[in-house]
Design a protein around this ligand. Sequence first.
Ligand SMILES: [Zn+2]
Length: 248
Amino acid sequence: MKITENVEMLEISMNMLGVESKIFPTLIWDDNNMILVDAGLPGAIKTIEDEITRTGLSFDKINQIIVTHTDIDHIGGIQDIKNELDHPVIVMAHKDDKPFIEGEKRFNKITPERMAQLQEKIMSMPEDERKPLLEMFQNPTKSKVEKVLEDGTELPCCGGIIVIHTPGHTPGHICLYFKKDKILIAGDLLHIVDGELRGPYPHNTPDMEAAIDSIKKFSKYDIEKIVCYHSGLYTSNPNQKLAELTEK
Ligand SMILES: [Zn+2]
């Protein structure tokens, strides 16, 4: 979906352990840059490429990837995209998630009980589907982060992109504010449920208190549109709704 002249919200189908859902990576561009925000699961490259082509844009123009955080459904596609393109692609992420994205440390959000459940589920699947899933959990994909982002970093392209450090879901989770179009890219901090803007999900947010404090940081921005990675576009009075979320 084209949100503004230079911002496209992609809509990609995702199958995670047999559960179908949608994800919404974002593309923003200007004359010299095309930035993909979040890169899907391992193996997502074909669907991402097809969706970009469908919208009339050129996959080959991607020269930067920003990841909002280290989770597999955000970083999984990076390496394939880099391999596919014959020019350098700069990967950017917050410094606190860099060691996880690069595989130097494991970010353990999955409890041992949950891991056991997942393993059981995977082992019940057909053999050809099993291998890539086991690989994903036992030997997670990693990617080099070429540029480290910090709270307040402003990328001087595409009308200005401000990095907002929003820990809670992961230590180095970030949201992005596209200045020219007043768009907030919320990653996994915000969700839309039955048309209503919602805060982080407790079941996958290890530090809920930090996540709520993160939402408070948006009060100084004039926000007209929000893109939630797992639920799409929200446009109904964002600033007021965000303020309400932190009051509850
Ligand atoms: Zn996610």
